[in-house]
Design a protein around this ligand. Structure first.
Ligand code: SF4
Ligand code: SF4
Length: 315
């Protein structure tokens, strides 16, 4: 195939990828594989500047893979996708009371397989491969032009606010366009300070794209250590994570009440969860509910988080 025909063929496939995502209400960007190095440099630069707390770095960032994988030696692009995603409601019954709690968007992985299938169904018949990538997805989304940062370090996408889930892939499909942007801040942030005011921990530093993550409730609710003494129990507002800054944000106005996937746990199930019962000791029905919530693998933190919310009388 001549070079021009080859370029035109790849351009067609790229269009099909974008329209396949769009048909489902999803979106994405494809950038050159050379930006793997840019992502690595940026994470390392921030680490060397002392921006990351070391515990945070080890927990969230050390697992990224910035090399070309052996199973895809001809990798040519990074694909970043975003899928609109609601909050989930989860109800616990305990000592005659019901506790209605929230799981923020992004915890459910339900759409990862769907988005992978959409892309694979387009790429594989044309002889291209696709594999999930372990890269800093928020940073890739912003650099690729898909998303913008808010002051709260959450990323925002046109038409989705911050209610979406990102998923990154590596492919041997060449990147036709290679947009790579400076970090961009949401326009609304220029005249808004709502998240800074609402954040209970003071984790949001205005004029910086990164929150002090070691001060952020999300970080502490996701790791199994004891909560530090400086965290007021009354600050907790989700079964895992924290929604205060996202629910204060005008860019999310359309999505504040968007919930799907409600699950309820009986008194008996709640007691078993609070006791820290391991998944293989839980009734199958309870395991299935936790699986549907994508929380089965968070059972190392859920009992502690639930206990503090029940103590506070959250409803
Ligand atoms: S998630 Fe919660 S603790 Fe973290 S920055 Fe937002 S409001 Fe603050
Ligand atoms: S609440 Fe305001 S300042 Fe914070 S991310 Fe949203 S628009 Fe920006």
């Amino acid at each position: 195939m001549g070079e021009r025909n080859m370029t035109s063929g790849i351009s067609q496939i790229t269009k099909q990828v974008y329209s396949g995502l769009k048909q489902k209400g999803y979106t994405g960007r494809i950038v050159s594989i050379r930006h793997l190095d840019d992502l690595k440099e940026e994470i390392e630069r921030r680490r060397n500047q002392g921006v990351f707390d070391e515990a945070l770095y080890q927990e969230y960032l050390a697992g990224f893979e910035f090399g070309i994988p052996e199973h895809l030696p001809d990798a040519k692009s990074l694909v970043i996708t975003s899928v609109p995603q609601p909050q989930q409601r989860v109800n616990f019954n305990f000592k005659g009371r019901s506790y209605h709690l929230t799981v923020p968007p992004t915890y459910s992985h339900k759409t990862d397989e769907i988005v992978e299938n959409i892309l694979s169904d387009i790429l594989k018949p044309k002889g291209f491969n696709l594999y999930p990538a372990a890269v800093p997805e928020k940073l890739l989304a912003v650099r690729s032009g898909l998303a913008k940062y808010g002051k709260n370090n959450i990323t925002y996408i046109e038409g989705m606010g911050s209610f979406y889930r990102l998923k990154a892939f590596l492919s041997d499909l060449p990147a036709i366009e290679d947009n790579w942007f400076e970090l961009r801040l949401l326009e609304q942030c220029n005249t808004c300070n709502a998240c800074v005011k609402k954040c209970p921990t003071g984790a949001i530093v205005p004029r910086r794209f990164l929150v002090q993550a070691e001060k952020c409730l999300t970080f502490h609710t996701e790791r199994p250590n004891e909560f530090p003494d400086w965290i007021e129990p009354s600050w907790h507002n989700c079964l895992i994570g924290c929604m205060y800054c996202q629910l204060a944000c005008p860019a999310n106005k359309r999505f504040f009440r968007w919930f799907e996937g409600e699950e309820s746990f009986t008194e008996k199930e709640t007691k078993l969860i609070l006791k820290g019962t391991s998944p293989n000791q839980l009734p199958q029905a309870t395991v299935e509910k936790l699986k549907r919530l994508y929380l089965l693998y968070q059972l190392d933190v859920i009992p502690r988080n639930l206990d503090v919310l029940i103590e506070q009388g959250s409803s």
